[in-house]
Structure formats: C-alpha cells, structure tokens
Design a binder for this molecule. Structure first.
Ligand SMILES: [Mg+2]
Length: 222
C-alpha cells in the first residue's frame, strides 16, 4: 500500500496543477472507498500496434472497410484482467475521427468501437472509454494530443496506475501524465526506451502470466 501511494505522488502533483489551472481535480484516494462502479483507478492503452499486431492492420482496414485487423495474442485477456480487477479502461488512440473506411463508409470511431467489441475487449460505458483524436495528429502532435487527453481524465479524478503502448509518442505522453516508468509497458521496436518496461516479442501472453498476478484489485466490490 505504501509503495502504491508513493507511485501516485507525481499524479497527485499533476492534479494539484490541474486544481490551480482548472479549478477542479478528482480525489486520488477514491480507490479505497468508492464502489466498483465509481472506482477511478485506471489503465490506459494505445490501440495500433499495441492491441493490434501492427500499424498496417489499421491501414488495411482503412483501405478496405471489411478487413478485420488482427489482435496481438493475449491482448484481450490482458485488458480483461484489469477490468476484472475493477480498473477503468481508457482506450486512447491517435486515430482521427475524420477518417472514413473505404468501401463501407464506416467512421473510424464506429469501426474502432466495433473492432473492440467484436474481439471481446471490455467495453462497458461506465467502466471504459474510447478516445480518438478530433483531427489528424501527425508525428509528435500525437504525444501532445494523448497527454492532453490523459490530463483531461485526471481532471475528472482518474488515476492511471498502468499504461500500455508501442510508440515514442506513447512513452512521451505517459511520462507527461506522470505515469510511473515501472508501470509503463512498451511493446515493439521501442520497448524499454526511456526507462519503460520492455515487452519482448509480439505477444502479451508472458506479461499477462507474470505481471497480472501482482496487480491488486483496484476497488472494492460494488
Ligand atoms: Mg500505437
């Protein structure tokens, strides 16, 4: 418990800044007292090349709206394991809401939500949120966009205990949000950069087996 609170101190500081800037910030201690439905302990995960096998999967779907992007092995089970422990799940992607899939005309927001549901990722309106960018955010702009999205949720009282991504912009945004490096898991070619935890290989299976047993239940039962 002491370690967990110590890990949250930077986010408490971030909240203090939000309190000054915005006039409001959530209670960081809610995890011990709120019911499961209200619990604001959270994880954040990128989608492309983190939950999917590669960025190419989304490119293929954009080019052909009937294409079904391949998920990484154990990606669903990993996110579900956090949901089972009471964590709120933020799916945070730099996919632009302005994109429309070729052939089907489906919006990127609808296609992304459908993919998550069809593949069995936890999608509970009260316990998860899908956030896409309102506009194209090329390059380092994705870091700023993701950091601002995380700050907005922190302003709502969410505390991000764990973060998952694959890109340098993920690493930067998670750092901007004061998420501990030891709880920032990066898969792919940038795994382990900037002091993050490297996930070797293409699968989440080993991480799921080794890490999740160490994750405590976020909040009490509702
Ligand atoms: Mg990605």
């Amino acid at each position: 418990m002491e370690i967990k609170h110590a890990r949250r101190l930077p986010q408490v500081f971030a909240c203090a800044l939000l309190l000054l800037a915005l006039g409001g910030c959530g209670d960081d201690s809610q995890g011990e007292s709120e019911t499961g439905a209200e619990c604001r302990l959270a994880i954040v995960t990128d989608i492309d090349e983190t939950l999917t096998l590669s960025n190419d999967e989304w490119e293929k779907q954009k080019a052909d709206g009937t294409y079904d992007p391949k998920a990484r092995e154990s990606a669903v089970e990993l996110v579900q394991a956090y949901a089972d422990r009471g964590y709120f799940v933020l799916y945070l992607t730099a996919r632009s809401q302005t994109w429309v899939l070729s052939g089907t005309g489906e919006t990127s927001t609808d296609a992304t939500e459908r993919w998550l549901v069809e593949h069995g990722f936890p999608m509970d309106p009260a316990r998860s949120r899908l956030v896409l960018s309102e506009k194209l955010v090329p390059g380092d702009a994705a870091r700023v966009y993701k950091a601002e999205a995380l700050a907005a949720l922190q302003g709502e009282g969410y505390t991000f205990d764990y973060a998952y991504g694959n890109a340098t912009t993920d690493i930067g945004a998670f750092a901007d949000a004061m998420i501990p490096k030891a709880a920032t898991f990066i898969i792919g070619v940038h795994a382990g950069e900037e002091g993050t935890v490297a996930i070797d290989g293409e699968s989440w299976s080993a991480h799921l087996a080794a890490h999740l047993p160490t994750v405590a239940t976020a909040c009490g039962p509702s």
